[in-house]
Design a protein around this ligand. Sequence first.
Ligand SMILES: [Zn+2]
Ligand SMILES: [Zn+2]
Length: 93
Amino acid sequence: MPDVEMTCVQCKEVFAFTEKEQEIFYERNMMPPQRCMKCRSKKAATGENAPTRFEIVCDHCGKHDTVPFQPKVGRPVLCKECYQANKSRVRFA
Ligand SMILES: [Zn+2]
Ligand SMILES: [Zn+2]
């Protein structure tokens, strides 16, 4: 199996999911990693206290972003920018 290029869900950097790692993951029946080595070691260092980020697609501009809460199905989710814009629009309306 060749190395696979993966995009880290945390820092969005592309990292290599190496052949050797793939073997280990598939052997243990684990999901492929979602984070690069840097973020994985950072996560290990901070433990489980780090907030979980959920990947969303902005309902307004279609941009991919992460939010610190579980998005509700059927409810529009906004990226940070649209959320901020939306908030100030409501405030000044
Ligand atoms: Zn990363
Ligand atoms: Zn947006």
